[in-house]
Design a protein around this ligand. Structure first.
Ligand SMILES: CC(=O)N[C@H]1[C@@H](OP(=O)(O)O)O[C@H](CO)[C@@H](O)[C@@H]1O
Ligand SMILES: [Mg+2]
Length: 545
């Protein structure tokens, strides 16, 4: 077939480096940008096949999120705006690792297994972050797409969640919104203004928010969106990419892991601040108190704030809908305790990676999901959306109930249900704080985080660690879990686990305990156990100072 001949010829222009094996990880392929050209071309091919199979538009996003600027990556977006389904992650890995001469036969295999009709039309949309390598790499994706005569639309520089939104809008005939950047800004800002317009006496000071754009795409898009918000939110942007390096000493990942403010931000005491990550699908909040102490409000605090707000509105509206919160093993123990025991909401724990949380959240009327690092959103079931809309329009409902239903309706419109979205989450948080008349300090005191620490350990092959129980227990290598258990026993309110990262070549260590001193000691001892039992390389982990 002519199509395959063209694939053969064009793939020679996107050669695979010899001996390179990559895997579709937690959030797609991710490695040094130099090694990704062939992967991009091939993902263009695969997205086209996926589009033919699903008879829908598929998205391909070129980004490496919070990774250093030199890295890059790619992820595929399925028809409803969610991460591509696991079976196709497997195909992605096969296709990315096929030798040049086997490429067409691997493709034919996938076509056969999935019974894809190659005469179907296909449509692929692409987007990219601000990394210097992203432009060429997204061209390689489009090269793959054009080989198979698929229709394509390149959105160029967009945040990851904006591309997810485009895919969802495109595949629902505009029911979810208009599939343009303008449509995205209009939908979100309209909902935000509707939510905040009735809040009495909001001062300019309360409307002000300091935003760290991680020197990435989020900064660019915040600038674009600002006029739509009509001063209802007054953003002071830092790390806007005009001078600093992407994710370097700034951004949501840096702030969360280092537990300190980003460089380049001028924080006044009590001032509300937030950081996006490199592709603007994560957000964390923070402030410095008058004594100069730094306070972090991470994904767990965000989930608590949003689910409390939703529960209150549902009660006020008299709607009987179940709210659940989905977390991962990285969720602070205090947050889980608060959600279960005080808020009395169902909490479930999944493996790391948004695809797992998203999937679990779909099981509930309203599923709030957040990773501790600030990646998350809220999913409303069809039933929930219908009940809210009916009540908002019901002429017989009391004013109080109707008011609550209208707030819920606008909240639904403000949330990007395709995936976690820093901009959308920021607007929700700002609206909730305004509506409930809360300061960032009020929010912070809902519960107190247990001191925690995250570390990385380099090992020869991180695949030697296999885990179970939503990654909270290590099954291999032998003896590792026993060592962790023995170490945890030495401390109060302690918990620790280890797992291989799906985005970096490291093993991640997480620990929490009653004091920072204890948790730092525990995290260090667990790191040593990993180093010794799981083939550590380089220098032995040193105690934290
Ligand atoms: C502990 C942690 O923050 N892990 C992150 C990180 O995954 P790892 O598999 O841990 O590298 O990147 C993922 C993609 O952005 C994100 O979903 C996840 O939460
Ligand atoms: Mg990200």
């Amino acid at each position: 077939m002519a199509q395959f001949e063209e694939v053969s010829q064009k793939s020679a222009l996107h050669p695979k480096p010899k001996g390179l094996t990559l895997q579709y990880g937690t959030a797609g392929f991710r490695t040094t940008a130099k090694h990704l050209d062939h992967v991009m071309f091939r993902m263009g091919l695969l997205a086209t096949l996926r589009s033919k199979k699903t008879k829908s538009t598929i998205g391909v996003m070129v980004t490496a999120s919070h990774n250093p600027e030199e890295d890059n990556g790619v992820k595929l977006i399925d028809p409803m705006g969610e991460m591509v389904t696991p079976a196709w992650e497997g195909y992605a890995t096969e296709l990315a690792n096929a030798d040049q001469e086997d490429l067409c036969s691997v493709m034919k295999d996938i076509i056969g297994k999935e019974a894809i009709d190659m005469s179907e039309a296909a449509s692929v949309v692409t987007g990219r972050d601000t990394r210097p390598s992203s432009e060429n790499l997204s061209r390689a994706v489009l090269d793959g797409v054009s080989c198979l005569q698929s229709h394509s639309l390149d959105f160029g520089l967009v945040t990851t969640p904006q591309l997810h939104y485009m895919v969802l809008c495109g595949n629902t005939n505009g029911c979810y919104g208009t599939a343009t950047i303008q449509g995205y800004y209009e939908k979100l800002s309209k909902a935000f203004i509707a939510l905040t317009k009735n809040v009495q006496k909001r001062t300019d000071d309360q409307k002000r928010l300091l935003v760290d754009g991680a020197n990435g795409i989020g900064a660019l898009k915040m600038k674009e969106m600002e006029p739509f918000l009509k001063s209802e939110l007054q953003v002071e942007l830092f790390n806007d990419g005009s001078s600093g390096k992407l994710n370097y000493l700034c951004g949501a990942d840096y702030v969360k892991v280092q537990q300190k403010p980003p460089q380049g931000m001028e924080m006044r005491p009590g001032q509300r601040c937030c950081s996006f990550d490199g592709d603007a699908d994560r957000i964390v909040y923070y402030y410095n108190d008058s004594a100069g102490h730094f306070h972090l409000l991470d994904g767990d605090k965000i989930a608590t704030l949003i689910s409390t707000y939703l529960k209150e509105l549902l009660t006020q509206a008299g709607l009987n809908l179940q709210v659940a919160v989905v977390q991962t093993a990285y969720a602070n123990g205090s947050s889980t305790q608060y959600l279960e025991n005080v808020m009395k909401v169902t909490v479930c724990c999944t493996k790391t990676g948004v695809k797992h949380l998203h999937h679990a959240a779909q099981e509930f009327d309203i599923g709030v999901y957040f990773e501790a690092n600030g990646h998350g959103t809220v999913l409303f079931s069809k039933k929930a959306e219908e009940q809210i809309q009916l009540l908002a329009k019901d002429p017989n409902a009391s004013d109080d109930k109707k008011h609550a239903a209208k707030l819920l309706e606008n909240t639904v419109n403000l949330i990007n249900q395709a995936t976690g979205d820093a901009i959308s989450d920021m607007l929700i948080i700002e609206a909730v704080l305004a509506i409930r008349g809360m300061t960032v300090q009020d929010w912070d005191t809902i519960y107190t985080d247990l001191p925690n620490r995250q570390l990385k350990v380099k090992v020869a092959d991180r695949r030697v660690i296999d885990t179970t129980d939503a990654e909270r227990k290590a099954v291999t290598p032998a003896g590792l879990q026993d060592s962790i258990d023995a170490l945890v026993k030495k401390y109060k309110q302690a918990r620790a686990f280890v797992r291989p990262s799906g985005t970096e070549d490291v093993v991640r260590v997480y620990a929490e305990a009653d004091t920072q001193e204890s948790v730092d000691a525990l995290a260090h001892q667990v790191s040593l156990a990993v180093y010794r039992l799981a083939g550590g390389v380089g220098e032995e982990p040193k105690p934290l100072k």
